[in-house]
Design a protein around this ligand. Structure first.
Ligand SMILES: Cc1cc2nc3c(=O)[nH]c(=O)nc-3n(C[C@H](O)[C@H](O)[C@H](O)COP(=O)(O)OP(=O)(O)OC[C@H]3O[C@@H](n4cnc5c(N)ncnc54)[C@H](O)[C@@H]3O)c2cc1C
Ligand code: SF4
Length: 348
């Protein structure tokens, strides 16, 4: 079997799949719609990752270098797949750049789309310059500029991080938990306190989901060592008195209204289904699950099967995932392709 494997998306999941395939001498083509590889951690300029504490540019940048230099891995950036026909072992994909790729199988590693906070207008994003998102703060930290109020560049003295923005919110059709934003926010709160020791950082939450081993390293550490304050609240709105941003809501532990002024408000945005998923579903002939992520056909027997034989899926394309789980799924999907290749060669 000499045809390559088509990998759609060059984020952590796609890079992991490419690495696995290259390691066993199997050719693959990564088709990435943006002009460079790395996925959300690189394209959105994440700072230090949880839980490793490594800079995204080193950790995921290292995966990009490894894939770009690997034997048998070719890369098409600035391209998407416009048609995909055939059957397992014998597919043909047409790309938006006019190229054609014969492929044995496809692995969809097309990831997620960051929630756009303008869809939660009552929380001030798009109205007040100093209401920002976690990705913006990640960029402030990773660029070396430091955490500053966008309106005038001053160092904030009071920062509120609002959790579950665009997640666990039935009113706006997003029922899912985005898994990583509690941990990312606790980590970000500590980074802000480290850079600006006089800045008070508050985290507004419904529940805290620093799952697994993250409880000690992020939830407790942020409170005990970094004096981050947690408020269990329902937020009504973010407004301004002309000088400060005002977060209004109800403290749900004491059941009292609270109104607190801040210099900067950070939305901990969630992970939406990739906006391309309806097109991907049509092009590849695969099903989406009820929220719009790519449906996983078989969770135990062969990781990453979709509803169409020969088309696999890995990472945040399947739903909110962490980087390490996305990487694991990328490797597992590559393994699933290889085990099917072995079946082809037995019957050939
Ligand atoms: C603010 C924030 C911070 C986070 N920080 C962390 C962290 O510290 N640690 C952690 O474990 N997780 C973190 N995450 C989660 C992390 O971003 C994901 O786990 C990870 O990016 C998923 O990798 P992926 O390869 O599946 O998808 P992505 O990273 O989304 O990569 C998908 C790739 O596919 C490309 N693509 C999309 N559509 C197409 C198409 N139609 N054709 C071709 N290419 C396409 C995209 O351009 C992209 O390059 C964070 C998430 C958010 C929102
Ligand atoms: S991880 Fe935390 S902030 Fe993110 S959606 Fe789940 S509960 Fe909300």
């Amino acid at each position: 079997m000499t045809k390559p494997v088509l990998i759609v998306g060059g984020g952590p999941a796609g890079l992991a799949a490419a690495h696995s395939l290259s390691t066993v001498g199997k050719e693959c083509v990564i088709v990435e719609k943006e002009d460079r590889l790395g996925g959300a951690p690189i394209l959105s300029g994440y700072a230090k990752l949880v839980p490793s504490g490594e800079w995204a540019r080193d950790a995921i940048g290292g995966m990009v270098k490894r894939a770009e230099g690997a034997p048998g891995v070719s890369v098409e950036t600035g391209a998407t797949v416009t048609s995909f026909d055939g059957e397992p072992g014998n597919f043909t994909a047409e790309l938006s750049n006019g190229k054609k790729i014969d492929a044995e199988a496809a692995i969809l590693c097309s990831g997620f789309t960051h929630f756009d906070s303008v869809n939660k207008p009552e929380w001030g994003f798009g109205t007040y310059e100093d209401v920002v998102t976690t990705t913006q703060v990640e960029q402030m930290i990773s660029s070396g500029d430091g955490v500053r109020c966008p309106s005038d560049g001053r160092k904030p003295e009071r920062v509120a991080i609002l959790l579950c923005v665009g997640s666990r919110d039935r009113q706006i059709g997003r029922e899912w938990c985005s898994k990583i934003c509690c941990t990312v926010s606790a980590n970000m709160a500590m980074e802000i306190r480290e850079e600006l020791p006089n800045c008070h950082v508050y985290i507004y939450y419904m529940d805290i989901r620093t799952f697994g081993l993250y409880e000690t390293k992020y939830y407790w550490k942020s409170q005990e060592e970094f004096k981050v304050k947690y408020i269990k609240a329902r937020i009504a709105e973010v407004t301004s008195d002309g000088e400060k941003l005002i977060v209004k809501g109800e403290d749900t532990l004491v059941k009292r209204p609270i109104t607190i002024p801040f210099d900067m408000v950070v939305h901990a945005i969630g992970m939406d289904p990739n906006v391309d998923n309806p097109t991907i579903s049509e092009t590849f002939g695969i099903d989406l699950e009820q929220h719009g992520y790519i449906d996983v056909g078989n969770r135990y027997g062969a990781m990453g099967e979709t509803s169409r034989p020969g088309v696999y899926v890995a990472g945040a394309a399947t739903g909110p995932e962490t980087i390490d789980d996305s990487i694991a799924q990328g490797h597992a999907a590559a393994m699933a392709v290889l085990s099917t290749s072995a079946d082809f060669s037995k019957t050939a």
